[in-house]
Design a protein around this ligand. Structure first.
Ligand code: 8X3
Length: 253
């Protein structure tokens, strides 16, 4: 049976690569993000492979999310797989120097956005007695690191929510998993450093980071397991990374 997945943060990075892998495997797609032009380009790319619908809204805006979800065509009503991928980091400041707006953005997107989408889509999954949720956490949700503070807290929240959701949904037929990536070469650092390209690129130099496709591949692994299997928690790191702060960098450039 053909399944339908809704992916948040689908316009770039891990979300976009997940959409590509899902499309190649015949999963129908509801692609969500703020950037309509990027979503449209992805829809054009993938619609040869599968049915694709796009919803552009800001995940911080619950009303906009509700309206967008309601506007989706009937053929995309049933969502079997929710990929809670939207999330980012803003700033890398000491706790006593952090910008409140950065904190609010991270809390609103990484925690509240995940909750809004889950609350909107889970009831129908429970009613149908099947479904799958994959929350994208981070190694930052497993261990704190200096200056990570609020980002770390939001990813600890993702880890905690994943565990709690799994307990609440036990016996409903809905499986809940989390993928926690380490360093992945995406726009993540570009956003964290507010467009400072050099600073962002330096994060990924001197070793081989993960690419978005590596993480997307592990998400596909999770959603392609048979129904009685739940890969509950998956930490995926570059071979050159051993902890949030321990990376085997060969050069300083
Ligand atoms: C992204 C990985 O180490 O920059 O979540 O927090 S890290």
């Amino acid at each position: 049976m053909k399944r339908t997945a809704l992916i948040s943060g689908a316009s770039s990075g891990i979300g976009r690569e997940t959409a590509r892998i899902f499309a190649r495997n015949g999963i129908r797609l509801v692609l969500c993000a703020r950037r309509a032009d990027r979503l449209q380009a992805l829809q054009e790319e993938l619609s040869e492979l599968t049915d694709v619908c796009t919803l552009d809204f800001d995940i911080r805006d619950r009303e906009a999310m509700t309206e967008a979800l309601q506007s989706r065509p009937a053929a995309f009503q049933e969502i079997d797989i929710l990929i809670n991928n939207a999330g980012n980091a803003h700033g890398l400041d000491l706790i006593h120097e952090g910008r409140i707006e950065d904190w609010e953005a991270m809390i609103d997107i990484n925690i509240k956005g995940l909750l809004y989408l889950s609350r909107a889509l889970l009831p129908a999954m429970v009613e149908r007695g099947r479904g799958q949720v994959v929350n994208i956490g981070s190694i930052a949700g497993k261990e704190a690191y200096p200056r990570g503070n609020v980002y770390v807290a939001t990813k600890f929240a993702v880890d905690g929510l994943t565990r709690a959701m799994r307990q609440d949904l036990l016996g409903t037929g809905v499986r809940v998993s989390a993928v926690h990536p380490g360093l992945v070469h995406t726009e993540f650092s570009e956003v964290r450093f507010k467009g400072d390209h050099e600073k962002a690129e330096a994060v990924y130099q001197g070793y081989r980071p993960l690419e978005a496709v590596d993480v997307a591949d592990s998400i596909w692994y999770i959603v392609s397991r048979p129904g009685h299997v739940n890969v509950a928690d998956l930490l995926i790191l570059p071979a050159d990374q051993a902890s949030a702060t321990l990376v085997d960098k060969k050069t300083d450039t």
